[in-house]
Design a protein around this ligand. Structure first.
Ligand SMILES: [Zn+2]
Length: 221
């Protein structure tokens, strides 16, 4: 005996007209930090002739065989400082390069992993949530430094952009309100400026530097 299951409703819902809303809503939900979280972004761009006040933008190619550090977009420093009582998880990696490159991740100066990219652009954002601190310090009892470097494995200079995006989460620790910033021109470091500072003319050389401000979730509204 054949039974036919009666269909309910009238036709298939057509979501295609709302596809932008659906995707936009999902991405904001995935990336928006909770009140005890903030984003951190490490970046490096090599583009000949580029004019930019952002410390991670270099106006030269990444030379063959050369290694360069990604820069903390809030501070201009090549090491991302993770205070005691904080964890950090990677959520996205974006890269684009005109030569094959190798990426190296470090915690407290120790290599924890590498990845190889051939010469094209790629956004990797799916199911990333790897903690950089938890495996070695599960109670977050110490401060740590996280850094990422890229090496040009090709025969020619590379136009390159590499972005590592993280969620930093406080675990029973106070909210960070200050940062140390580094001048992209002379390397002078100014200590204890407000976390929200996004423009600074260097006290030593007068160069204008710009930085990101990535607030904790409750400041997003
Ligand atoms: Zn300077």
């Amino acid at each position: 005996m054949v039974k036919t299951i009666p269909s309910l409703g009238t036709g298939r819902p057509d979501y295609s007209a709302n596809i932008n809303n659906i995707i936009r809503g999902r991405i904001i939900k995935d990336y928006q930090p909770l009140y005890y979280e903030k984003m951190k972004i490490l970046a490096l761009t090599n583009e000949p002739g580029a004019v930019s006040a952002y410390p991670w933008v270099s106006n030269t190619l990444l030379s063959p065989g050369a290694t360069a550090s990604l820069v903390d977009t809030e501070t201009g420093l090549t090491e991302m400082l993770i205070p005691r009582g904080y964890d950090i998880k990677i959520t996205n990696i974006y890269f684009s390069s005109t030569q094959p490159i190798q990426k190296y991740s470090y915690v407290d100066g120790e290599l924890i992993g590498t990845a190889h990219n051939v010469d094209f652009g790629f956004l990797q954002s799916q199911e990333l949530g790897i903690s950089f601190i938890l495996p070695s310090d599960p109670y977050f009892q110490k401060s740590h430094v996280v850094s990422v470097k890229v090496k040009n494995l090709g025969d020619e200079g590379s136009r390159t952009t590499v972005i590592f995006q993280f969620i930093m989460r406080r675990v029973g620790s106070p909210e960070i309100t200050t940062k140390d910033i580094r001048c992209k021109n002379c390397g002078y470091i100014k200590k204890n400026v407000p976390l929200s500072l996004t423009r600074w003319k260097c006290d030593k050389c007068g160069t204008l530097n710009k930085y990101y401000y990535l607030p904790f979730g409750d400041n997003y509204g």
